[in-house]
Ligand binder design. Sequence first.
Ligand SMILES: Cc1cc2nc3c(=O)[nH]c(=O)nc-3n(C[C@H](O)[C@H](O)[C@H](O)COP(=O)(O)OP(=O)(O)OC[C@H]3O[C@@H](n4cnc5c(N)ncnc54)[C@H](O)[C@@H]3O)c2cc1C
Length: 497
Amino acid sequence: MKINIEDVDVLVVGAGNAASCAALSAREAGARVAMIETAPEEARGGNSAYTGGAFRFPFTSVEQLLELSPDLAEMDLSKIDFGTYPKEQYFSDVAEWTEYRCDPVLTEILVDNSYQAGLWLRGHGVRFQPAFGRVAFKVGDTFRFWGGLACHIWGGGEELLRAQYKALEKAGVKVNYNTTCVGLLEGDGQIEGVKVRTADGVGEIRAKAVVLACGGFESSPEMRARYLGPNWDLVKVRGTRYNTGRGHQMAIEAGAAVTGHWSGAHACQWDMNAPPYGDLSIGDKFQKHNYPLGIVVNARGERFIDEGLDFHVLTYAKYGQEMVKQPGLIAWQVFDQKVTKYFRDEYRMRPVTKETADTLEELATKLAGVDPEGFLKTVREYNAAPRPDVPFDPSVHDGLKTSGLAIDKTNWANRLDSPPYEAFGVTAGITFTFGGLKISTEAEVEDASGKPIKGLFAAGEIVGGLYYHNYGAGTGLAAGAVFGRIAGASAARLARG
Ligand SMILES: Cc1cc2nc3c(=O)[nH]c(=O)nc-3n(C[C@H](O)[C@H](O)[C@H](O)COP(=O)(O)OP(=O)(O)OC[C@H]3O[C@@H](n4cnc5c(N)ncnc54)[C@H](O)[C@@H]3O)c2cc1C
């Protein structure tokens, strides 16, 4: 079958954040660029379309934030405490989250280039805004930011991609939808294009360089069960249904080396009645990230995590993995009136799986799937546990901790004694998989001997080596932008000789 995509220097597979950055960067370097996307136009954008827009970058001054988000100038900055997030902190955070397994060279490239990548995106029409409702609490009359995140992308993934597609159109880069990459064309020691499937059949697209930016394998129950283990095939998918791991498979067939935590994935607490795949009209709002302010109980009525170990942006991605180990993959988050004023907007939206009761005994009868006696025993022990006499403050590690419990709660351990009580039903929602392709500092895909596979580049979720065990919010989009830019520039350089 003839495919009308010709004279391409750089072919980018995918149309999410990493792919768009790679295509724009290759175009800026003078290459003729085309993109192919397996999804129809109305479902374009992969996981990037579902994002809340958190974007992690280092900063040491408000001036840097002002440059990225000029809207800040209209605000009373004396009433906002952004703190700082130096490169050293960012680097050591990633090292700690990944239990010191992250690739130090790739991590350094991420840390050193994410702020510049933000400015570059701003140059392509992406707007940034301070993330008040997400990573800041009002304490007294000051908004205090925490967790190393100061700015989000305005309008989340939807507006990020709207700006990127507009920039691609302006740059003359066409996105070919309903075009699935099913294989790589291997020539003499070089990748020379791809095999694709469309509604009209299978065909080939020739290119001097190929950038794989087609996401992880989170959308494939088969690959999830195969690599992540039991019950991962049962989880809900927070985003796209199209990231089925074909990119991984075709690169491996072409001799690519793999790296990263192949049995690991980003997953979080997700509304237990959410649909099996993401809903673009809801975006990321089926997530329930305020668990640090309450307790979480499983079907036996038992707590199974330290809800107050750290700010949610530093624990949410690994606690979703704990959900997969719970009976029936279900749990309930329980709160009282001392903390509901801090609820993120995802707790106030509809639809939501929620129960309310004036007594804990009444609540125990309403938590679907939970042993009421087990729940009441847990709450009584939790409320009775000794605590230091320190004030509750959700914007810092307040040290309001329990002691003597099977799992103590390290911070924000208020007793549950201010009715009405509110409970939210959750399950495991997978975001993306951690295992991926081994790339060089130029985003070239490497073979088993560490040599670049000529003509093959990768960026975004498909890249391995950055994430192990855990993940800090806002790193996904930042890494996609940083390595997308590098992949595009390197591919253009090769293509243009
Ligand atoms: C609900 C949700 C909220 C999130 N919030 C944030 C956040 O606030 N901040 C953050 O940093 N990260 C966030 N993430 C993670 C973030 O989405 C990803 O890390 C990032 O967007 C991945 O970008 P990508 O370009 O690599 O992949 P994607 O955006 O998923 O793009 C991959 C593209 O490739 C296409 N594709 C797949 N296979 C093929 C094929 N064979 N042929 C052709 N095309 C193919 C897909 O259809 C898709 O369009 C969130 C994720 C989800 C699901």
